[in-house]
Write a protein that binds this ligand. Structure first.
Ligand code: HEC
Length: 74
């Protein structure tokens, strides 16, 4: 995957994704994503365990979340 430059960043993607799909229950920061990206890929990309809500990301949004995390959540 080409992360230089990254397609997805906190500013153009991550912040909005977390706000829309996670912030009603979790207070995740960009630093939390960077500290352990694998955990977040596991729960929200590889599986659809999260979010535990009726508003769920599309498949494309989950893929984008995974790409952002795979690049280290820049
Ligand atoms: C409607 C509330 C809700 C939303 C929205 C939500 N979560 Fe959670 N999440 C929970 C609860 C409750 C738990 C703890 C209970 C459990 O593990 O089943 C949890 C646990 C987790 C865990 C720990 C899992 C583990 O195995 O230890 C992670 C990581 C996580 N959520 C990530 C996310 C991400 C990323 C999003 C957004 C895409 C999200 N959550 C959205 C309620 C929510």
């Amino acid at each position: 995957m080409n992360c230089d430059p990254p397609q997805f960043t906190y500013a153009n993607f991550g912040n909005a994704f977390l706000t829309k799909y996670c912030s009603s229950c979790h207070g995740f920061t960009q630093q939390d994503m960077q500290a352990d990206p694998t955990v977040f890929i596991d729960v929200a990309v590889t599986s659809t365990y999260m979010p535990l809500s009726t508003t769920t990301p599309s498949r494309a949004e989950r893929m984008a979340f995974g790409m952002w995390l795979s690049c280290g959540a820049p």
